[in-house]
Design a protein around this ligand. Structure first.
Ligand code: SF4
Ligand code: SF4
Length: 334
């Protein structure tokens, strides 16, 4: 695989579209008070300062038939209508709904499922999200394809898994609607009103890594997210803090591998919370020019097949996980 070495420079063509405002400012870097996230990328391009860059990314050919095929399949999934809302609503206890929702989510294609009570701070400014609970779905990448990042097989793999996440979310929403209950599917990368990483942290998918993605105790960093919002009564899951955050303080693999040096060695304050943060203004140009990136996800030792359980075992023998870890997202484009 060919990865550009530092210093990496974005093209003049792309930088001509760069807005006055920094994406880091929009993300709330350095802000001391908590607030809802601002839409920065993967929203209606006409409504955001970085919209012209998003259009540039979407219109250019990131290269090759694998990506084109994956994008076509994702569009087919998004164009498939949801099941009609049944007139008669089925009633179940929270425990029964929870069991049924998990079963249906896995049957619909999710690899992992978690549930959280929805919070207002997970909804982007200017957006509305309906649903008391958020059901989070995770779908694992094929690591053999991801390890080629940023080349075409890895870009196609990310799009393929976004399609699978959307398919699983839409299948679960359709099932809930057939039970007579409203449900709203949101799949990446354009997940609409909801930021997906914070609820995924809250529902036990793992801890935020230095690279701005979640580290799951068995899938590592190599997975994508989707979600379903619903009002059926559900039993929320607890966060899973197993030591990944602490591990990141002693590891710098992603930091060293990121061609535009977007991954900071230390945590920073973002909208009132001290946490890992990826420099948006450095990451985005590289991401855009390669049709996607994913290098930081691919090189993370937790992502390598079979490694996560061994690391987990080491952390446990070293004395167990800390009791608390940051729960917010990093708003990088991938
Ligand atoms: S996705 Fe962004 S942060 Fe990660 S390696 Fe690529 S450029 Fe760096
Ligand atoms: S590569 Fe290392 S520092 Fe980066 S997210 Fe993975 S474990 Fe953390």
């Amino acid at each position: 695989m060919t990865r550009p070495t530092r210093p990496w420079q974005p093209s003049a063509e792309q930088m001509a579209l760069w807005p006055e405002v920094s994406g880091n400012t929009l993300n709330g870097l350095g802000e001391t008070a908590p607030r809802r996230p601002t839409p920065v990328y993967w929203h209606a391009p006409e409504a955001t300062p970085h919209g012209p860059l998003q259009r540039w990314f979407q219109q250019r050919n990131p290269g090759g038939p694998l990506v084109a095929q994956a994008r076509a399949e994702r569009q087919r999934v998004l164009d498939t209508p949801l099941a009609p809302l049944a007139a008669q609503a089925v009633n179940r206890s929270a425990a029964e709904w929870t069991e049924a929702v998990r079963r249906e989510a896995l049957a619909g294609g999710a690899d992992i499922v978690g549930i959280a009570l929805m919070r207002p701070e997970w909804v982007f400014e200017g957006h509305v999200a309906t649903g008391r609970y958020i059901v989070m779905l995770g779908v694992a990448h094929d690591w053999e394809r991801m390890k080629t990042a940023p080349e075409e097989p890895s870009v196609a793999e990310v799009v393929t898994q976004y399609a699978r996440g959307n398919r699983a979310a839409r299948a679960l929403a359709s099932w809930l609607r057939a039970q007579g209950h409203e449900a709203h599917p949101h799949g990446g990368p354009m997940a609409g009103p909801v930021t997906l990483i914070p609820p995924a942290l809250a529902c036990g998918f793992g801890e935020l890594g230095k690279h701005g993605s979640i580290i799951h105790r068995s899938l590592g960093s190599s997975f994508r997210l989707a979600a379903v919002l619903t009002d059926v009564p559900l039993l929320p899951d607890a966060p899973d803090v197993f030591g990944a955050d602490d591990f990141c303080t002693r590891c710098r693999v992603c930091e060293d591998a990121c061609p535009p040096a977007a991954i900071a060695p230390d945590k920073q304050r973002v909208r009132g919370e001290v946490r890992w943060y990826v420099d948006f203004d450095r990451c985005l140009p590289y991401f855009n020019e390669h049709g996607g990136c994913g290098i930081c996800v691919a090189v993370c030792p937790w992502s390598r097949p079979g490694v996560a359980p061994r690391l987990l075992d080491k952390l446990t023998r070293r004395g167990g996980p800390p009791t608390e870890a940051p729960q917010a997202d990093s708003a990088k484009p991938s």
